[in-house]
Design a protein. Sequence first.
Length: 338
Amino acid sequence: MKAAVVTDFTQPLELQDRPIPEPGLGQVLVRMETCGLCHTDIHAAHGDWPVKPTPPFVPGHEGVGVVDRVGEGVTVRDVGDRVAIPWLGHACGRCDHCVSGWETLCEQQQNSGYSVDGAFAEYAVADADFVVTVPDAVSPRDAAPLTCAGVTTYKAIKVAGVRPAEKVAIFGVGGLGHLAVQYARIVGGIVVAVDVDDTKLELARSLGADHTVNAATTDPVAAIEALGGIDVAVVTAVIPAVFEQAFAALRRGGRLVCVGLPPETDGPMSLPIFPTVLKGISVIGSIVGTRQDLTEVFELHAAGRTTVVAEPRKLDQVNESIADVLAGRTPARLVFEF
């Protein structure tokens, strides 16, 4: 099978011919149809984060495909099922996080395309219990970005506890942000989209954003304060200064939801103590979502509540695609089609 492999953090990915893997105990073999390119895949390929994957490995955690074979002991999946392979590849199911509905915090978790091989390949093996059914009404091209960008921003809006008519600012309108705009609207938020690209701000307006701010030409804090401030800021950007701007734009009782993860070398976010305390600000870290969250994301899309903006690519364009994402030349999400 063809696979895109990280062999060294300083080198481009290599397209290799690898044997089709065999599903082990409790696993399924999935013939991939699509896989989205997430910024996390780029961080993985470059070794940007403190806990690094070990080359050689295959990235990809927005994989969608059809179960081709099932391993020993698998009773929850059948050959022919269309499933998604998400970031959460495995959790223990026994710790207090798992049993309380926070499996994404499990300390024993395995992550697709990071600690175990992912879906930048024609076939991938995955834990049968942790793949998620893709409804027939959701196309493989749409399902791929929903598998991470969708479930990540959906969870961020959930943990923010957005109430109807609250002002919600989305900082960064890209692969994640264009979906965050829609989830904020679904729960009744009045949405402010912030970006440095007029094309992406136009996309946000087309998806229902009530206000837009170009942070390249306008002070975003002043522009948001002119709107009365915001109750919730969801930051999908990966620049620490943007988190600080989002914090500064919050009203009393506001919530800052941190989603984007910058490279380790970009330094920390500065958090002022007095405004945090005196304004009653909450700072919330939100990381992806559970299997149930992803099921809900697919159900909403199948019901016509969301639109996915994605451009198809082929796997042999993987390095060009990474360059395009880093340069901001993509409309929202890139999806490899097999």
